[in-house]
Structure formats: structure tokens, C-alpha cells
Design a protein around this ligand. Structure first.
Ligand SMILES: Cc1cc2nc3c(=O)[nH]c(=O)nc-3n(C[C@H](O)[C@H](O)[C@H](O)COP(=O)(O)OP(=O)(O)OC[C@H]3O[C@@H](n4cnc5c(N)ncnc54)[C@H](O)[C@@H]3O)c2cc1C
Length: 164
């Protein structure tokens, strides 16, 4: 099985994955994003056609790029959310590969080996990052909670001007 090495492997390219990808790109890390769907949109691909966001567009924006206002009323339609997410990943040229259904994440020495059964990707320990998000000794995953807290903190520091 061919293995490629990266600093970080992100599993899933829904809203959470895209936000993480934005910050990884800003940090200049070498990363890949794997998503098991044919196209962009995450869970929004599977919602009923009439669904609208319950939060207004500005409140639903991902880091760095404002969601355009809804064309009708205050709450964007499902199709507008899908367009926004597709535009977001293209705008930031996020390295998303589809479709890849990740099946396993296992420890491989100090790194993590991610596999879809056909290909595998090695997430190498990043100095500094691994200190913040240590791999627990008895488990094979990075502390997701710590990573989320870090992302939320970083988002709070995102200036309004970055949304241009
Ligand atoms: C009915 C509904 C209404 C909502 N309304 C709002 C709202 O108004 N405002 C708001 O801010 N939020 C809203 N949300 C919340 C939010 O927009 C969605 O839940 C959002 O999709 C969450 O993003 P996510 O990245 O966490 O997950 P997802 O969108 O589910 O993305 C995860 C991605 O990872 C992929 N994946 C999963 N497992 C694997 C694997 N093993 N290998 C590879 N890929 C994998 C999935 O297929 C998917 O593409 C709503 C949610 C729902 C369900």
C-alpha cells in the first residue's frame, strides 16, 4: 500500500474540516483533507431541499470569508449554504481529496497512519503542534477537544478585516 506523508491529515471536509483547513494553510503546514463524499457540502448534501439555516449568514460564516447574505429573507437557503461551502474550499485551494472513506487511524511509532483500505497517509508529529495536541499514551487519537479549543481561540482573534 502506497503511503504519503503529511504534517496533518484532516478527516472530513464539512464545515469543521474546512475551518481546520483554513488555519492549517495559514500556519503553512503540509496537510491533506480526506472526505468520503463525491462533492463538497458535508452534511448539507443530505438535508431536505427546503431547509434554511436557522442562523443569519454572518453568524454562519467560516473563518476568513463571509457567507453572502441570503437572497430571500435573513436565513440562507440550503442551496446557498452548499454554494458557499463549494466556493470556500475553492477560494482557499484546500487540498481536499474525494471520495476517500477513512477506515482506520492507527499509531505508527510517533505518527498516525490513516487508511481507506486502498491508500494510506501518514501524519507526522509536528514540533510544537504535538505538544499542544498530544497523542494520549493508551489511545491512537489526538485530543480533539484541545484542537477544537485552539480553533475557537484562534477564531476569536480573527479580525473583521480578514473577512474581505
Ligand atoms: C438540520 C440541521 C440544521 C442546521 N442548521 C444550522 C444553522 O442554521 N446554523 C449553523 O450554524 N449550523 C447549523 N447546523 C449545523 C451545521 O451546519 C452542520 O451540522 C454542519 O454540517 C456540521 O459540520 P461538520 O463539519 O461538523 O460535519 P459534516 O458536515 O457532517 O462534515 C463531515 C464530513 O466528513 C465526512 N466523513 C465522515 N466520516 C468520514 C470518514 N470516515 N472518512 C472520510 N470522510 C468522512 C462526511 O461525509 C462529511 O462530508 C445544522 C445542522 C442540521 C443537521
Amino acid at each position: 500500500m502506497t503511503t504519503k506523508q503529511f504534517d496533518v491529515v484532516v478527516i472530513g471536509a464539512g464545515q469543521a474540516g474546512l475551518s481546520v483547513g483554513y488555519y492549517l494553510k495559514r500556519a503553512g503546514l503540509d496537510f491533506i483533507m480526506l472526505d468520503n463524499q463525491e462533492t463538497s457540502g458535508g452534511a448539507w448534501l443530505h438535508t431536505w431541499p427546503s431547509l434554511r439555516l436557522f442562523s443569519p449568514a454572518p453568524m454562519s460564516s467560516l473563518p476568513g470569508r463571509l457567507m453572502p447574505k441570503a437572497t430571500e429573507g435573513e436565513y440562507p437557503h440550503r442551496s446557498e449554504v452548499l454554494s458557499y461551502l463549494a466556493d470556500y474550499e475553492q477560494h482557499y485551494q484546500l487540498p481536499i481529496y474525494r471520495p476517500h472513506q477513512v477506515q482506520t487511524v492507527v499509531r505508527d511509532n510517533d505518527a498516525l497512519r490513516v487508511s481507506d483500505g486502498k491508500y494510506s497517509w501518514l501524519a507526522l508529529p509536528v514540533p510544537g503542534v504535538m505538544k499542544k495536541f498530544p497523542i494520549s499514551k493508551d489511545k491512537t487519537h489526538i485530543s480533539v477537544n484541545n484542537a477544537i479549543q485552539h480553533t475557537i481561540k484562534a477564531q476569536k482573534h480573527t479580525k473583521e478585516s480578514e473577512f474581505l
